[in-house]
Structure formats: structure tokens, C-alpha cells
Ligand binder design. Structure first.
Ligand code: HEM
Length: 398
């Protein structure tokens, strides 16, 4: 089919083309996009994500999407059984309880960011204030640094590495400028070295109060090499930062444009939890998951060949009328809401609970302070694989 969903216009406003795509069928081959298969129905997106035997995550070499890993495999780009070995170690330490324990600290970090004099003065002045730079992007990086146990004196380093790697990871790798990739490679190498030193230190001290210490303890049998352990920590940072930043930013953006929905949250902050999931459904930050076909397979009435690339369009699945009532309506109280934004199957997001908690607290704290905020400037960045932001400023409102 002659459809290209990655033109600059459709990245900014994807909905008209996605509607056309849905009309053409649940699984469509895009000639202008180099013959990739676009999967838009909820049912078939789910089928692909669940079936790792026919749809592999080895779609990009680790060096395409994460040049900083320099050949070290991570759970993101492997299939079972290797994936199981890499993931189970983190799953053991990244438990429901360990995330629950972070809640008071997350609350405190949000309070600190929102009461920083620069931020408060900006909002008090009634002028445009940089919510993206000063609030929504600072939060997840700080949380992950803290979770891992990075000393606060080194946080600045951590933020710099995160920023340069994130510029590459969230876009289609073929669209990333070479200079960004070069910078990310340097950051990745520095970060891996830094983390390997932290791992060695935990091994010496036996300390287990942070995630690095617990990973080292869990890995006493040596199932993972130190490079793999360090790469796992980088994965947490890369997977958990900009995704959470963008979801918080997107939610503040949609609430400003749906005052009736904002009023519902102001009247009942308990509803913000389902509002987060509705934001994830309605305008997902992870728009696409990529897979590679293994063997010749049939999907949605089409024949796919070994090695073909599949774009699992979560962004379309989440608005499939066969699955969701009133799919184009933003409804913060929506229930049930089984969106696909955290994935499905073996690669289901490990940080979903943490992300939900961060966004919920961030939005509630922001609304409590500035209930009538207005968006001044809003600029999504031109990446397709993810909805990320280049600018988001607001003013306090009446
Ligand atoms: C709103 C925020 C987030 C979104 C939308 C999101 C989305 C996703 C998606 C779609 C996947 C699966 C990718 C695939 O199947 O190929 C994934 C995997 C993953 N996520 Fe998240 N994520 C978010 C936040 C986080 C956070 C906060 C963390 C941890 C700190 C995290 C850690 C991970 C890890 C480690 C994986 C890899 C799991 C695996 O491959 O087995 N994510 N995420």
C-alpha cells in the first residue's frame, strides 16, 4: 500500500493516516516505508507481542538502537531463553514492594522540584515557565539514579549521560543524526565504566540497600557478567526516563485542553490513577514496538516472510473501536482500559508500576499548586517511535 506514516506531518498529527490505515486492513505492507508491515488492530498487535517464537525482538542489533552497549546484549533486544536469563535477575529485585517503598521519596522529589525558587518564581510571574526542563524531565532521572544508589554528587553526570542517550533511543534509529549517535556512544561507554566500578564497590562492601547492591547479591552465582549487569542498569535508565517524562508532559498538555477532565481530577484526585492510564491509551509515548518475523507466517490474512519487519502500532491499537468504546474521547475515568502502551507478553514493561506512580503524584502535585495553568508553548519532537517533547511551557493562569 502507498502509505507512509512517518512523514513530519503525520508524526505531529497521526490520526487521519491511522484512520486510513485501519480502513485498509489490520495488517498492511507499506511500500514507501521500505516494505515494513503495519499492524493496526488491537487483536493482531496483541498477537504479535505475545508470540515471540514467530515475532522476534532481535529486530535491531543492540548497536542500532543502543550503540552505547557495544555488543552487550540487553533484555530489550533478545528473545527467550536469553531474555529470561537477563530479565529474571532484575525482576527479582525490582519487586512490587521495592517500588512501593519508593513512594514517599518520589513524593519528596516532586515537592522539591515544584518548590525550587526558580520554578515557583517563574509560575508566580505569570510568564511562560519551562515545565519540561525543570520538572517533568528531572523527575524520572532523579528517581532512577536514587533507585540504583548513585551518590548525589554524581547525579549531574548521570543526567548528562541520560540526555545524550535518550536523544537516540526514542527515535527511529535510521533518523538519528550521526553526531548524536557519536555523543551517545561516548556517554554509554563512560556510564558503563562508572557502573562497573559501582558494582565492584558493592561486591567489596556487601551493601544491599540500593538496587545495584541487590543485583550484585542476587547475581552471586555469576549468571550475568559485570558488563551485562551494568548494561541492565543503563537499560533501566534509558527505558524509564523519557517515557515517563513524556507521559507526564502529555497528560498536563491534554488536561489543559480538556478542562472538563481537569475539573474531574481537581474534584477527585483519586481519579488521577485512571487518568494516567487514559493518557497512556489516548496518546501513547511508546507509539510503536518493532519485531522481526521468524519463518513464514500468516497474520491478519497476509503472508509475511522470514526477516520481514513488523511495526506493532500501539498508537492505533489503543483506539481500535472493536476494543474501546468512544475510542477518540479522552475520558480520565475510563474503565476497563486494557491499552497496550506498556507492551504485552515476555517484554511487558518492568517499570509500569513505577511509571504510573511517578506520573500520578507529579500531576496531582502540579494541579494542587496551579489548578488553572495554561499551556504557552507545546512542541512535540519529530520522532515517530515515541512521542517526546522539545518544549512545553505553561503559565499559572487566573
Ligand atoms: C510511561 C512510561 C513507560 C512506558 C510507556 C514504557 C513502555 C515500555 C514498553 C512498550 C516496553 C516493551 C517493549 C517491547 O515489547 O519491545 C517496555 C519495556 C521495558 N521497560 Fe518500560 N515503559 C515506561 C516506563 C518504564 C520505567 C519507569 C522503567 C524502569 C525504571 C521501565 C523499564 C523497562 C524495562 C527494563 C523494559 C524491558 C523489558 C523486557 O524487554 O523484558 N519502563 N517499556
Amino acid at each position: 500500500m502507498d502509505i507512509n506514516i512517518v512523514t513530519p506531518e503525520s508524526v505531529i498529527d497521526p490520526w487521519p493516516l491511522l484512520k486510513e490505515l485501519r480502513g485498509a486492513g489490520p495488517v498492511v505492507r507499506s511500500e514507501p516505508m521500505g516494505g515494513v508491515w503495519l499492524v493496526s488492530s488491537y487483536e493482531h498487535c496483541r498477537e504479535v507481542l505475545l508470540d515471540y517464537k514467530r515475532f522476534s525482538n532481535t529486530v535491531f542489533a543492540s548497536t542500532d538502537f543502543g550503540p552505547w552497549f557495544e555488543g552487550t546484549d540487553t533484555m530489550v533486544h533478545t528473545d527467550p531463553p536469553d531474555h529470561t536469563r537477563l530479565r529474571s535477575m532484575v525482576q527479582k529485585v525490582f519487586t512490587y514492594r521495592s517500588v512501593q517503598q519508593l513512594e514517599p521519596r518520589i513524593h519528596q522529589i516532586i515537592e522539591e522540584l515544584l518548590s525550587a525558587p526558580e520554578f515557583v518564581d517563574g509560575m508566580a510571574s505569570g510568564e511562560a515557565t519551562d515545565v519540561l526542563g525543570q520538572f517533568t524531565s528531572a523527575l524520572p532521572t532523579t528517581v532512577i539514579a536514587e533507585l540504583l544508589g548513585i551518590p548525589s554528587a554524581d547525579r549531574k553526570l548521570f543526567y548528562r549521560w541520560a540526555e545524550s542517550m535518550m536523544r537516540c533511543i526514542l527515535a527511529d534509529p535510521r533518523l538519528v543524526p550521526q553526531e548524536h549517535i557519536d555523543a551517545a556512544v561516548v556517554s554509554g561507554r563512560e556510564m558503563l565504566e562508572y557502573l562497573q566500578a559501582e558494582i565492584a564497590e558493592r561486591r567489596r562492601s556487601g551493601a544491599t540497600e540500593d538496587l545495584i547492591g541487590r543485583l550484585v547479591k542476587e547475581n552471586a552465582g555469576g549468571a550475568l557478567s559485570d558488563e551485562e549487569l551494568a548494561a541492565t542498569c543503563v537499560t533501566l535508565l534509558v527505558a524509564g526516563s523519557d517515557t515517563t517524562t513524556s507521559t507526564t508532559t502529555t497528560m498536563l498538555s491534554h488536561l489543559a485542553h480538556h478542562p472538563d477532565q481537569r475539573d474531574r481530577l481537581l474534584a477527585d484526585p483519586e481519579l488521577t490513577g485512571s487518568g494516567v492510564d487514559e493518557t497512556l491509551r489516548y496518546d501513547p509515548t511508546a507509539r510503536v514496538n518493532f519485531r522481526k518475523v521468524l519463518g513464514d507466517v500468516e497474520l491478519g490474512g497476509q503472508r509475511l516472510s522470514d526477516g520481514d519487519i513488523v511495526w506493532v502500532l500501539v498508537i492505533a491499537a489503543n483506539r481500535d473501536p472493536a476494543r474501546f468504546e468512544r475510542p477518540d474521547q479522552y475520558d480520565v475515568g475510563r474503565s476497563p482500559n486494557q491499552h497496550l502502551t506498556f507492551g504485552q507478553g515476555p517484554h511487558l514493561c518492568l517499570g509500569a508500576q513505577l511509571a504510573r506512580m511517578e506520573v500520578r503524584h507529579a500531576v496531582n502535585a502540579f494541579l494542587a499548586r496551579w489548578p488553572a495553568y495554561k499551556v504557552v508553548d507545546r512542541r512535540p519532537s519529530p520522532a515517530y517511535a515515541a512521542l517526546t517533547w522539545e518544549a512545553f511551557t505553561v503559565a499559572a493562569g487566573r
